[in-house]
Ligand binder design. Sequence first.
Ligand code: ACO
Length: 320
Amino acid sequence: EKYAEITGWGKCLPPAVLTNDDLATFLDTSDEWIKPRTGISERRVSHVGTSELATVAARNALACADLDPKELDLIIVGTCTADEIIPNVASAVQRNIGASGAAAYDLNAACSSFFYAMHNATAGIRTGMHKKVLIIGAERLTRILDWTKRESAVLFGDGAGAMVLEATDEECGLLASKISCDSDARDVLALDFGLSFDRYNFDGVMPFNFEGQEIFKRAVKGMSAAVEDVFQQTGLTMDDVDALIPHQANKRLIDFLAKMCKVPEGKTMLNIHKYGNTSSATLPIAFAEAIENGLVKPGDTIVSAVFGGGLTCGAGIIKW
Ligand code: ACO
């Protein structure tokens, strides 16, 4: 039986930092409001496009895997802030890294995109259709945020993360996965644009509509159901789990989920204070940093949970 081993991981965080205090210089907001409600202290702002962030994360993950890009047979980029709709971000990455043998597509399930990509890539490897796949979550949300709207402007940031998955006979990687969509809640989180904003010199802002408290409830419900599903698939329980790595949208929401799933103290990956919500990039960045800081070690069992507009949800059991 084939498995999809995670052989490389990498991230890209643009160097420009925007703190809560910086935001308070031009918005009616404060660190005292933002920090306790969201867990966010600062976020990064990119001056380059999503495909460039994706490319840097990809190069780091390939170096970590010690893999020649020519050996890749598929690249999937999870993003909802593609520089252009056509051609996709994945083809820009393919060209930039010289992965001429790889198919390339973007996938949009909002903040759940990277996990959805991991689900697809793992399925492709486990069925034998693919052997070496690069998956990326990359976003440049600050490009389209309405900087006059404090409700949304304080929540998001830019960044990218990537993983290399390779076929192996050893039992590891994404062992169980559940993805779902609660379309009744389709309207509670919407970013209303359909054009390729960079190419057409778009310099306006997108109406960002969201109902924070409804998202909170639906996200916790969707993620805990998905977590229960993957526990059932594997016969594992929280006692077998070494770490929870969730989508970083809000610290209160993560704390709530961790409590519901009975995750022991100190086992939950949190980096939202540094980067805010980078949408599909939060998960691969969180994985990379969980390894850097020693929360995750070789052989560990990880449970991951995500949610995003749609309202999409997902959870997985990953053996590192
Ligand atoms: N600074 C100061 N005041 C603010 C700010 C701000 N940045 N934003 C809103 N307020 C004010 C509002 O105007 C409102 O004032 P009022 O009571 O006088 O009308 C008050 O604060 C409360 O606003 P709410 O929107 O009700 O704030 P809430 O307590 O719901 O917190 C939050 C908002 C943090 C977004 C919360 O709903 C939440 O955690 N939601 C889940 C996460 C989420 O929705 N993330 C965005 C989508 S992202 C994703 O990853 C899919």
